[in-house]
Design a protein around this ligand. Structure first.
Ligand code: CA2
Length: 154
């Protein structure tokens, strides 16, 4: 069975509990539940990982080699600062999709640069919870478990 890893960066555990004017009222639990349903529909395994610690995220990406078929990551604030996460993404053969709830390009200038985006397969930004769902669809395709994967299997 194919497996997709979903990584949530720092403070995303606070979703729906603080700053709803920026990030909305959806909680991380709700997002994970929606992705769990998508995974069940497509018969793939899914693992969720949230951490406020850069090194833990780096280690998780490193440990994904050989065990995971695609990664969806919201690196949160580390998007704009972490050479370590960028290097970890670049070092693994696993396809990585970067997602953001908000449109990082319509916010403060310091959020306009993502260090991760150049080494990710692609980036989805600005659609709230749907950013994760769209990212997950891309991950399914890249893992060979999406629509085109099903066509191939026939
Ligand atoms: O839009 C996104 O998904 C971000 O990755 C969210 C990060 C931010 O630093 C990025 O620039 C864009 C912030 C995640 C923290 O989320 C919170 C949620 C509720 C309350 C406080 C923080």
């Amino acid at each position: 069975m194919k497996k997709i890893l979903v990584i949530h960066g720092p403070n995303l555990n606070l979703l729906g509990k603080r700053e709803p004017e920026i990030y909305g009222t959806v909680t991380l639990k709700k997002i994970n539940e929606s992705l769990k349903k998508m995974a069940a529909t497509h018969r793939v395994a899914v693992e969720f990982f949230q951490s406020d610690h850069e090194g833990e995220i780096v280690s998780k990406i490193g440990a994904s080699v050989g065990t995971v078929d695609a990664i969806v990551i919201n690196p949160a604030a580390y998007t704009h600062t972490s050479v370590a996460i960028r290097d970890a993404v670049a070092a693994v053969k696993v396809p990585v999709i970067e997602v953001h709830l908000s449109n990082i390009y319509s916010r403060e200038p310091f959020r306009h640069e993502s260090l991760v985006a150049p080494v990710a397969v692609g980036q989805i930004s600005g659609f709230g919870q749907e950013s994760y769902e769209l990212g997950f669809l891309a991950a399914l395709e890249l893992a060979g478990a999406g629509k085109s994967g099903k066509r191939d299997a026939k």
